[in-house]
Design a protein around this ligand. Structure first.
Ligand SMILES: [Ca+2]
Ligand SMILES: [Ca+2]
Ligand SMILES: [Ca+2]
Length: 178
């Protein structure tokens, strides 16, 4: 079953993926998002940057093959909503995306994502500042105001599972000041 929070997330994810805001998800949106994310972490390793760009490419290819029902090379919101019907078809893609994004947030490779990198990356992807801060806090940062890379990666995976409820990622939908 999906939950109201999950449906909010589906709408938000669609709007985020439609990075140029033209009402459809297309390859250009993923290029735009990838470039923004990479620019957000100037100190990132080339390998981490390349991995994220590949993950974005793979994400588009999976969306296209799974959801482009009318085969016009782009995903409308109607088409996108089918993502909730069988989210497991996206598991491998989301998994790699989650690892790649969280990994990019750890440029010094110590296994932790500091708040500034988290803020920069999530802002680049299109989330609102207050929501990002609330999400970071919900991940219960440890000493040094940082979170384990794995915590963030798990959070991304949960976020893309429509059946999940009461997760930290809910801070990304609606008002952040709860
Ligand atoms: Ca678009
Ligand atoms: Ca289409
Ligand atoms: Ca780090």
């Amino acid at each position: 079953m999906t939950t109201p929070h999950a449906l909010d997330r589906v709408r938000l994810v669609f709007e985020l993926f439609d990075a140029d805001g033209n009402g459809h998800i297309e390859p250009a949106d993923f290029v735009l998002m990838g470039n923004r994310a990479v620019a957000a972490v100037p100190g990132a390793q080339d390998s981490a940057t390349a991995r994220l760009l590949d993950a974005f490419q793979q994400y588009w290819k999976t969306l296209e093959s799974e959801l482009d029902a009318d085969l016009d090379g782009r995903i409308s919101f109607e088409e996108f909503q089918a993502v909730v019907l069988s989210p497991e078809r996206f598991d491998a893609t989301v998994d790699e995306f989650a690892e790649a994004l969280a990994g990019l947030g750890d440029p010094d490779g110590d296994g932790f994502v500091d708040r500034p990198e988290f803020l920069a990356l999530m802002t680049a992807i299109g989330f609102e500042h207050a929501n990002i801060e609330a999400l970071f806090d919900a991940f219960e940062p440890v000493e040094g105001d940082r979170i384990p890379v794995a915590t963030w990666a798990d959070g991304i995976r949960d976020y893309y599972r429509p059946e999940k409820a009461g997760i930290p990622g809910d801070h990304l939908t609606g008002a952040a000041a709860e």
